[in-house]
Design a protein around this ligand. Structure first.
Ligand code: NDP
Length: 255
């Protein structure tokens, strides 16, 4: 398929739904061969079926991004299927409510919830990058995009571990960008604002007006709008872009 990513191969974590799902579809539409990874292979296969139905090429992979062996296996399976790994989108993540820490100020979080969230939202990004970089160094090039958040740039009340993790993702991104710039490997982050996905559904239903009052564009973004940025960052059109964290947030951080 012709397109911005023609001839490239990609691995996308959290590729079943939300931002990862939309990015997998756009990558395939733009010509990439895509390995769609998620916790459940059946769920990843749903995205793959949509890609294949549209004439793209994809495989489904199962694995937990917090598990070192699973992460290594995802990279290995991508290379086994497609020959190389050009683009990696480290996107899988969870929100405070998914570790039962909704609406808790910093002193109210429990240690298990904090650890679980940091494992998925921060440590996994390092685990994924570590495995991906080893392959990209072997082949002599690559691009990585990590999903941070506006919460990687500012504080957000009742989200201490999430905010700390997303700030950490930007730190990992900048460090890797410096370390691998001369190896022809670019590393960037995307910082979504409020995006309509399953992750934000309940909070939008409960306090959508308050959320939108903080967004100059006065609306939620779509997963596709994040995918567009990730696609550009992974494409050769962004050949001089590395170590950056791009907001896609309807003006949230600027306000
Ligand atoms: P979704 O909940 O829609 O999708 C998250 C995906 O990640 C799911 O497919 C989920 O699989 C997968 N996932 C979660 N934990 C793991 C794990 N341990 N191993 C492998 N896969 C896992 O969320 P979004 O699309 O909204 O979020 C994607 C990323 O964007 C996250 O990093 C999030 O923090 C970030 N983000 C989202 C914003 C938003 O407003 N939606 C704003 C800013 C950042 P399963 O469902 O099977 O658990």
């Amino acid at each position: 398929m012709a397109g911005m990513l023609a001839g490239k191969t990609a691995l996308i974590t959290g590729g079943w739904r939300g931002i990862g799902g939309a990015t997998a579809l756009l990558f395939a539409q733009e010509g990439a061969k895509v390995a769609v990874a998620d916790l459940s292979k059946d769920n990843a296969a749903e995205t793959v079926a949509r890609i294949n139905a549209a004439g793209g090429q994809a495989i489904s992979l199962a694995g937990d991004v917090t598990n070192t062996a699973d992460v290594a296996a995802m990279v290995e399976a991508t290379v086994a299927a497609f020959g190389r790994l050009d683009c990696a989108f480290n996107n899988a993540g969870i929100a405070p409510h998914q570790v039962n820490q909704s609406r808790r100020r910093t002193h109210e979080w429990d240690e298990d919830g904090f650890d679980q969230l940091v494992a998925v939202d921060l440590k996994s990004v390092w685990l994924c990058m570590r495995a991906e970089l080893q392959q990209m160094l072997k082949q002599g090039s690559g691009t990585i995009v990590n999903t941070a958040s506006v919460a990687g740039l500012i504080g957000l009340r009742t989200a201490c571990a999430y905010v700390a993790s997303k700030h950490g993702v930007i730190g990992l991104t900048k460090t890797a960008a410096l370390e691998y710039a001369e190896d022809n490997i670019r590393v960037n982050a995307v910082c979504p604002g409020y995006i309509t996905t399953d992750m934000t559904r309940t909070s939008y239903e409960q306090r959508g007006d308050a959320m939108m009052s903080m967004v100059p564009a006065k609306r939620m973004g779509t997963a596709h709008e994040i995918a567009e940025m990730v696609c550009w960052l992974c494409s050769d059109r962004a050949s001089f872009v590395t170590g950056a964290a791009y907001n896609v947030d309807g003006g949230y951080v600027a306000s």
